[in-house]
Design a protein around this ligand. Structure first.
Ligand code: ATP
Ligand code: TPS
Ligand code: MG
Ligand code: MG
Ligand code: MG
Length: 321
C-alpha cells in the first residue's frame, strides 16, 4: 500500500501506533502538542533535516537505517551540549506513492534509536512532497548542569574524542564506488553510533567545550576554535587507524587519515578539558588548545602544527556536496 492510499490521518495513526507509551512523557502524540517534563526548567532544543539524495539513498539504506541515523544525528547534538536526550519530533515529507511500509520502518528506526539514548518520539507532522524529507527536532535535559558550549575552550586544555571517527566516511566512499562491503564501514555509514552517555559525563568531568562530529573533526573543531577564540593543534599519531581501515584505504586509494580528520556523520564527541582532568579510558587525547587566536584572525585548527588543507569536511554548498 502507498501512503497516498492511507491518507494523512491514516498514516499518522499507523505511525503513532508504533510508539510505546512512556512514563517519562506526560503527554505523547495525539493532541495539539506533547507535554515533556523539563525538571530543571530549561530545555535543550536542536533540529536537523535529512533529504533523500543528499543525506541518504533508498538503494543504500533501509527506511529503518534512515530512521536510526536521523534520530542519532539529532540526539548527538543534544548529548554534545552535555544534556540527556528526552524527546524527538518528526516532520515527514513524503511522495504519495511511497510504500506505507517505508514510513513505518522509518518510525521504527527513530523509536529504537530514541530508546538507545533514553528519549521518546512525542510528535510530528506529515506533508506530501516530491522528495522524502525527514526533519527532526530533539529536546534534552541538562539535569541542573550548565550547558557545554562551543565557546569555552581555553589555552592549555587538552582535546579528547570518544566514539567512531572516519568509519562512516569510509563506508560512504565504498558505497559511492558501487560496493556493499566491507560491512563494518557500510553499516557505520547507515547507522552511526554516537556515544550519547559520554556527553553528560563530559559535562560532569568538567569539559570546557564540546561538539559532535557531523562534518569532519577538523571542520567541527574549527567551530570550537572560532567560538572560543583559540588555536587547536591535533597530533596525527594519536589517531589509531584500525588495520581494517588502512586496508580499505589502500584498496580504494584514500589515505585513511583523511576519513578520520575530515569525515563526518559518525557523530563522535570531541571535547576540551583542563589539562589536569583525569579522563576515563573511553576518551582519547588527540591534541591541545595551544594559544588564543590573534585578535584580528578567527580561530583555527592545525595538525602537527601545520594547516590541514586536505579537504575541509562537509559543506552543503561546498565542491563535494
Ligand atoms: N536555518 C537556520 N536558522 C537558524 N539557526 C540555524 C539555521 N541553520 C543552522 N542554525 C544554527 O546554527 C548553528 C550551527 O548549525 P549546524 O547545523 O552547522 O550545527 P549542527 O546541527 O551541530 O551540525 P550538522 O547540521 O552538521 O549536524 C546551530 O546552533 C543551529 O541551530
Ligand atoms: C546520498 C548521500 N550523499 C552524500 C552523503 C554525505 N553527507 C551528506 S550530509 C553530510 C554531513 C552532515 O550533514 P548535515 O550538516 O546536514 O548534518 C555528509 C558527509 C550522504 N550521507 N548520503
Ligand atoms: Mg545542523
Ligand atoms: Mg552538531
Ligand atoms: Mg553539517
Amino acid at each position: 500500500m502507498q501512503v497516498g492510499e492511507l491518507g494523512e490521518f491514516g498514516l499518522i495513526r499507523e505511525l503513532t501506533s508504533r510508539l510505546p507509551q512512556t512514563s517519562a512523557v506526560e503527554l505523547g502524540p495525539g493532541d495539539d502538542a506533547a507535554v515533556v517534563a523539563a525538571p530543571d526548567g530549561r530545555v535543550v532544543a536542536t533540529t536537523d533535516v535529512l533529504l533523500e539524495g543528499r543525506h541518504f539513498r533508498r538503494d543504500w539504506s533501509t527506511a529503518y537505517d534512515v530512521g536510526r541515523k536521523a534520530a542519532a544525528q539529532n540526539l548527538a547534538d543534544v548529548a554534545a551540549m552535555g544534556a540527556v536526550p528526552t524527546a524527538l519530533l518528526l516532520g515527514l515529507v513524503v511522495p504519495t506513492e511511497l510504500p506505507v511500509t517505508w514510513a513505518l520502518e522509518l518510525m521504527d528506526g527513530l523509536r529504537d534509536e530514541c530508546q538507545v539514548a533514553g528519549a521518546a518520539v512525542v510528535g510530528g507532522d506529515v506533508v506530501r512532497g516530491d522528495a522524502i524529507t525527514v526533519s527532526i527536532t530533539a529536546l534534552g535535559d541538562l539535569q541542573g548542569r550548565r550547558a557545554v558550549t562551543r565557546s569555552g575552550a581555553r589555552p592549555g586544555d587538552k582535546v579528547a574524542v570518544t566514539g567512531w571517527l572516519g568509519w562512516s566516511a569510509a563506508g560512504f566512499t565504498v558505497l559511492s564506488r558501487g560496493f556493499r562491503s566491507p560491512r563494518a564501514f557500510v553499516e557505520a555509514h547507515r547507522r552511526p553510533e554516537p556515544p550519547y552517555h559520554a556527553g553528560p559525563s563530559a559535562s560532569v568531568l568538567g569539559a570546557t567545550s564540546m561538539i559532535d562530529v557531523s562534518d569532519g573533526l577538523v571542520a567541527d573543531l574549527g567551530h570550537v576554535a572560532e567560538a572560543s577564540g583559540v588555536h587547536i593543534d591535533l597530533h596525527a599519531a594519536d589517531f589509531d587507524i584500525p588495520a581494517q581501515m588502512a586496508d580499505i584505504g589502500q584498496a580504494v586509494g584514500v589515505d585513511p587519515l583523511l576519513w578520520v580528520l575530515s569525515g563526518g556523520e559518525d557523530h563522535a564527541l570531541v571535547a576540551t578539558f583542563p589539562a589536569d582532568t583525569q579522563l576515563p579510558s573511553r576518551w582519547r587525547v588527540v591534541g591541545e588548545v595551544t594559544r588564543p587566536a590573534s585578535l584580528t584572525g578567527t580561530g583555527r585548527v592545525t595538525v602537527d602544527g601545520a594547516p590541514w588543507d586536505r579537504t575541509g569536511g562537509w559543506d552543503h554548498f561546498g565542491a563535494q556536496a
